[in-house]
Design a protein around this ligand. Structure first.
Ligand SMILES: *[C@@H]1O[C@H](CO)[C@@H](O)[C@H](O)[C@H]1NC(C)=O
Ligand SMILES: *[C@@H]1O[C@H](CO)[C@@H](O)[C@H](O)[C@H]1NC(C)=O
Ligand SMILES: *[C@@H]1O[C@H](CO)[C@@H](O)[C@H](O)[C@H]1NC(C)=O
Length: 212
């Protein structure tokens, strides 16, 4: 058993023992005055206990600290800032250690980093991932006219495609019908033609003769 778990740890170390991720994009844009979710999840293949995580701002201020005894219990989180609310959960499928920053202001722009330390990992290494928060007056919704044009064009194309498919179906149906008609013609004409019938007939006769 000890050897087996060693091997497990070794394989983990070769791959990734713990990984911290803020998701697909690490630039988050928030409207001045709104609440913004700063996502962060971590994955570990060796499990964890007494895990410690922190969120920091601009690599200087600690926003909150969390402690997770084990996968079975939710983290104990201590926020250093009343506008920072822990919204994550680590007992489910994801080890979600996201926070929400309430009522953001322009001065909140900057770098938000989540750090994770798993004592179970060899060397108790710290892993982290960061988000760049941008605070804006107005969320620039991708130009509406352009969106409309795209929607219209895509809609039109889909419409055309459907029309094309319907026409194709109808045409194929007609072609099939015509060919079926032709086939019937061929079958009936080959029925008159005695080559096949003659063969079948001779076979039948051959089978019948020995019995008689
Ligand atoms: C940003 O939002 C806050 C709170 O909603 C408001 O008091 C402030 O005037 C806003 N600032 C600007 C420049 O819009
Ligand atoms: C983490 O939890 C928050 C709050 O429930 C949720 O909004 C967010 O989508 C979660 N993130 C991930 C990556 O699961
Ligand atoms: C944090 O960093 C950003 C740039 O990344 C800067 O604009 C901002 O002023 C910094 N905030 C503080 C409080 O140092």
């Amino acid at each position: 058993m000890p050897q087996l778990s060693c091997l497990g740890l070794y394989m983990c170390a070769v791959a990734v023992a713990l990984e911290v991720s803020v998701g697909k994009t690490n630039v988050v844009t928030a409207l001045n005055g709104s609440d913004v979710l700063l996502p962060c999840v971590f994955t570990t293949c060796i499990g964890f206990w007494d895990l410690v995580f922190t969120w920091s701002y601009n690599d200087s201020t600690t926003l909150c600290r969390g402690f997770i005894k084990s996968k079975a219990v939710e983290p104990k989180v201590q926020s250093e800032n009343f506008r920072v609310v822990f919204v994550g959960s680590t007992t489910g499928k994801d080890n979600n250690i996201s926070i929400v920053l309430l009522s953001v202001d322009f001065s909140d722009a900057g770098k938000y980093t989540c750090h994770v330390k798993n004592p179970r990992e060899k060397g108790n290494a710290e892993h982290s991932s960061y988000i760049e928060l941008q605070v804006v007056h107005k969320l620039v919704v991708a130009d509406n006219t352009l969106t409309l044009i795209i929607v219209a064009v895509v809609g039109g194309l889909i419409g055309l495609l459907i029309l094309f498919m319907v026409v194709k179906k109808v045409v194929l149906f007609i072609i099939k019908k015509t060919q079926d008609g032709k086939k019937e013609c061929l079958v009936s004409s080959s029925g008159n033609d005695n080559t096949e019938n003659g063969l079948a007939g001779s076979k039948a006769e051959q089978k019948v003769t020995p019995k008689a």
